[in-house]
Ligand binder design. Structure first.
Ligand code: MTE
Ligand code: MO
Length: 496
């Protein structure tokens, strides 16, 4: 092929060259601490207006960020195809310019992933710049390929060789740089007493009483989670305080006043009945303890948690008096998994998950109200969880049918305060009292179940509503998750 080749060939060349660059970035990721496309996606997420990120999350939920990365890759491939088609015929002298621009752009992306200049950085740069260059050279090499078939064969060869090289090198580098300092998911030194639920509530479709870390949902603003070197990390507590100080990871893990707590967490963007809910068993230190040691001064107003991914959340200083607000370092019987905030995260029982900052690097005592990440984007600041109940499980044993689910609410103080749960199996015409699992932790959801005889019916429209301690019935008004969390009764047609 030469540069007078027909447009489809030129477009193909552009796509292969673009794909080779992206593959090079991917191969280099372990060397530079991240995939180079991710900082572009994060740049877009941080700068996008609230309504846009909110709409994207509502539409795509957890997939919003991966979708953005895939969209960016597609856009790069299209741009490369267009550039190749429009490329001047006598482009030979452009090549050094293209190489120089590509090198600078790639280096900037690596810096944006947080990489410092190192041997790995230079190696990654060579790989990411050389891959598209080599691909272009092979596809445009003499002897000029004349037939379409020969050209396509050459494209196929480059694609297969490229894919094999990408997978092989990436695996190799991944192994090289496996982070020896990452202490995520290591067994904790102290024993934990995770509550076990009532087995009567473990039936088809029911969630475990305590969600295992692997099954717990995750929601993040970033595409790839920050990996923090716990040896270099410190938790800095400063701002409007008389005695700012820092704790190392080991100092925090060895803290005398460590406590355990089972906490239900629910994303404010969860739809009624959705899956963004889990109940973790956490170990940590009271935020109050950590803040008091720094001696906040009279001007202190907010306690702001800052995270390694640029996220932040604020809670008023008065609220920190609550003993159940924790800086957690353990989940289950291990240190936090990276996905759930290693090395430490905040827990504010009874509030939506957005208040529970992960990957904390700094606790700032602020002298004015802080605009947090989601608050800036129009979500409610207090984010108290709306009283909720979901249908989850169903099972038949002969004529007897069992339905069940979870409920959580009445949470002004963080303590779960339900009086009961009512279930209808006829679309809301008649209501029955469900059986509640004994409350095994004060910040944990309640599993519920309801058994009835149904010898000649197999389809039921199940509706559920929770009753708060003071008799208030969970509202049936259906509201969107934005800005303060969804409300409404969960309704599900079950065939059992
Ligand atoms: N640093 C940081 N903390 C964060 C987030 C984030 O994107 N970055 N997401 C928040 C949201 S919206 C929720 S619902 C919870 C989810 O916590 P999980 O992933 O451990 O379930 O973390 C919160 N803490
Ligand atoms: Mo969330």
């Amino acid at each position: 092929m030469n540069l007078r080749s027909p447009s489809p060939r030129r477009a193909t060349l552009g796509i292969i060259v673009g794909a080779a660059w992206i593959a090079g970035l991917f191969v280099a990721a372990p060397l530079v601490g991240g995939f180079g496309i991710v900082p572009i996606a994060e740049w877009i997420i941080i700068r996008s207006p609230g309504w846009l990120s909110t709409t994207a999350i509502e539409l795509l939920g957890f997939y919003a960020q991966p979708a953005l990365v895939i969209g960016l890759i597609a856009a790069i491939l299209v741009a490369a195809a267009i550039a190749a088609v429009l490329w001047p015929a006598n482009a030979g002298r452009f090549t050094p310019v293209v190489l120089a621009v590509g090198t600078v752009a790639t280096a900037l992306l690596f810096l944006a992933t947080g990489a410092g200049i190192s041997v790995g950085f230079l190696g990654g740069l060579v790989i990411a710049v050389a891959s598209p260059y080599v691909a272009a050279r092979i596809l445009t090499a003499s002897p000029t390929v004349t037939t379409r078939r020969r050209f396509l064969r050459r494209v196929g060869g480059v694609a297969v060789a490229g894919a094999v090289a990408t997978v092989g090198l990436r695996t190799l580098f991944g192994r090289f740089t496996a982070d020896g300092d990452d202490r995520a998911e290591e067994p904790l030194d102290r024993p934990v007493s995770r509550p076990s639920g009532d087995p009567e509530f473990d039936f088809d479709g029911m969630p475990a009483a305590v969600t295992s870390p692997d099954d717990h949902y995750t929601v993040d603003i970033s595409v790839s989670n920050p990996t923090i070197d716990s040896e270099a990390w410190t938790l800095d507590i400063d701002g409007e305080v008389a005695q700012p100080y820092s704790l190392t990871y080991d100092e925090l893990l060895d803290h005398d006043e460590s406590v355990e707590q089972t906490t239900t967490m629910l994303c404010i963007s969860n739809e009624v009945g959705g899956d963004l809910i889990g109940t973790g068993h956490w170990t940590g230190v009271q935020l109050m303890d950590l803040v008091e040691t720094a001696a906040p001064t009279d001007g202190a107003v907010d306690v702001v948690t800052h995270a390694a991914d640029g996220y932040s959340e604020a809670i008023p200083l008065e609220l920190v008096d609550r003993e159940d607000i924790l800086i957690a370092y353990g989940m289950g019987d291990r240190t936090l998994p990276t996905d759930h905030g290693f090395p430490v995260r905040l827990l504010v029982p009874g509030r939506y998950g957005m208040k529970m900052t992960k990957w904390i690097t700094r606790i700032e005592i602020a002298d004015e109200e802080h605009e947090a990440h989601w608050e800036e984007r129009g979500w409610d600041e207090e984010a108290v969880v709306n009283t909720m109940s979901y249908v989850r499980g169903a099972e038949r044993d002969g004529d007897r049918v069992l339905v069940g689910g979870v409920a959580f609410g009445g949470l002004e103080t963080g303590v779960e305060e339900l009086e009961g749960v009512e279930v209808s199996v006829d679309g809301g015409d008649t209501w029955n009292e469900a059986e509640l699992e004994t409350q095994f932790a004060e910040h944990a959801w309640r599993r519920w179940r309801y058994a009835f005889e149904a010898p000649d019916r197999s389809e039921f429209e199940v509706v559920v509503r929770a009753i708060e301690r003071d008799g208030t019935v969970q509202t049936d008004e259906e509201t969107d998750p934005t800005p303060a969390g969804a409300t409404g009764w969960h309704r599900q047609t079950l065939r059992i």
